[in-house]
Design a protein around this ligand. Structure first.
Ligand code: IFM
Length: 445
């Protein structure tokens, strides 16, 4: 059974919950907001399970105070949210939508009034559609547009928001969006995807000095989705495949951010699909950050597969019986392993777990409650893993549960619930789950 307690973590450690704009806000076509790539993608038949769309989601835009009260009720010290680029700059660049900025003013002020520290993510995948129409992330100008977006948002909120995350999970917005086609904009072009990874990382680097100049005392980082990579067998072929797979999954992002450029072995595998890199880009990408965000969900077990995509690798079923509603193996020891590895190989400074959580097929019981004990145990076991990493010398800054609310889970629509708070999407009624109550108890000093 999990054993860790809050008292085992330093006072400065931030406990929080995470959300993202597109997944909760709704209000997709009011007060000046225009479509993002995900609005367009969701409107295409067959893209999202059950034809769901993010148009209403949790209608957080109109339930702001109620949702901030829930954050407060959990007793967390920090709330991580993202800013909707198409709400602020409906065309992606140029004219600023004052109503959009005013919404985030209210959000930030509401958090501060409740004694909760805002952690702001600039980009959680909702690229304004006009920028995609012009070429999207494979086009270099999108990185410049991002830096202008960072400027607009940080000028307005930088007096109150001190934690800034440039991007959430670049692997998903680029590889899943431009190569695997499962995420917006739904393309299947490896070279475009790799160019997109470069421009997303470049945009991170371009935004850093902008944030530094607009935010006095600001702390800036990026949130990566990382995975421990294990080999299916001891064979030489599987071992090499696991190294290649790790190259694209993890090192492709970690290496350039830490001043090493892109991994040579991955560049070799990519061949003509490798991105074009302009002079100075790598130095820009390696700009100094103040913390690294890591989103952790599962490990991957890898076998050699000559037909297995650019890294000639295949993810093998773990055979685990303890899996979440996504079929993801519950593997908390992977979090400890990952944190020790990143610390040993990259010395990134403080690390915050910016996402960790689980979807389960929650049902409301006859007593009107959601008895999701498995989610509470999942979280507690991962906190144990954090404590082990800390005892192993990892510098940890915080832990954020994904997610505050059940929400729009991308290609899975509303079929996957990750919240500590249940949302009835027909009535917008919120109900604290048992896991939320457990987390609040865990955090109570
Ligand atoms: O819901 C997502 C989130 O937007 C990014 N990280 C993973 C979560 C669960 O799939």
């Amino acid at each position: 059974m999990p054993r860790s307690t809050r008292a085992q973590f330093p006072d400065a450690f931030r406990w929080g919950v995470s959300t993202s704009a597109l997944q909760i806000e709704g209000a997709s076509d009011i007060e000046g907001r225009r479509p993002s790539v995900w609005d367009t993608f969701a409107a295409e038949p067959g893209r999202i399970r059950n034809g769901d769309t993010p148009a209403v989601a949790c209608d957080h835009y109109h339930h702001l105070d109620e949702d901030l009260d829930l954050v407060k009720a959990l007793g967390v010290g920090a709330y991580r949210f993202s800013v909707s680029w198409p709400r602020i700059l409906p065309r992606g660049t140029g004219a600023v939508n004052e109503a959009g900025l005013a919404f985030y003013d209210r959000l930030v002020d509401g958090l501060l009034e409740r004694g909760v520290e805002p952690w702001l993510t600039l980009y959680h995948w909702d690229l304004p559609q006009p920028l995609e129409d012009a070429g999207g992330w494979p086009r270099r100008e999108t990185a410049l547009a991002f830096s202008d977006f960072a400027d607009v948002v940080s000028r307005r909120l930088g007096d109150r928001v001190k934690r800034w995350i440039t991007h959430n999970e670049p692997w998903c917005s680029t590889i899943k969006g431009y190569y695997e086609g499962e995420f917006a904009p739904g393309k299947r072009d490896l070279a475009a995807a790799m160019q997109a990874t470069h421009h997303v990382l470049l945009s991170h680097g371009l935004a850093l000095p902008v944030l530094r100049s607009n935010v006095v005392g600001g702390q800036c980082g990026i949130a990566l989705s990382l995975h421990p990579i294990h080999t299916a067998t001891d064979s030489e072929a599987d071992r090499l495949a696991a190294t290649r797979h790790d190259g694209l999954r993890n090192r492709w992002f970690l290496d350039p951010l830490h001043g090493r450029g892109y991994p040579e072995d991955v560049l070799r595998e990519l061949g003509p699909a490798a991105p074009t890199i302009a002079e100075g880009d790598l130095a820009t990408i390696a700009g100094k950050t103040d913390f690294l965000g890591i989103n952790y969900y599962f490990r991957e077990i890898i076998a050699d597969d000559p037909e297995g995509g650019p890294m000639r690798s295949r993810v093998v079923e773990t055979g685990a019986s303890d899996v979440t509603g996504f079929g993801w193996e519950v593997y908390p020891e992977g979090l400890t392993e990952l944190l020790l590895r990143v610390t040993r190989d990259y010395h990134p400074g403080p690390i915050a777990i910016t996402e960790n959580g689980a979807t389960y097929p929650d049902e409301m019981a006859a007593d009107g409650k959601i008895h999701d004990e498995r989610r509470a145990i999942y979280i507690h076991r991962h906190i144990d893993a954090l404590r082990d990493a800390m005892n192993g010398g990892v510098d940890l800054a915080g832990y954020f549960v994904w997610s505050l609310l059940d929400n729009f889970e991308w290609a899975e629509g509303y079929s996957k619930r990750f919240g500590l708070v249940h949302v009835d999407f027909a009535t917008q009624e919120r109900t604290m789950k048992d896991s939320g109550r457990w987390f609040a108890d865990f955090l109570r000093p």
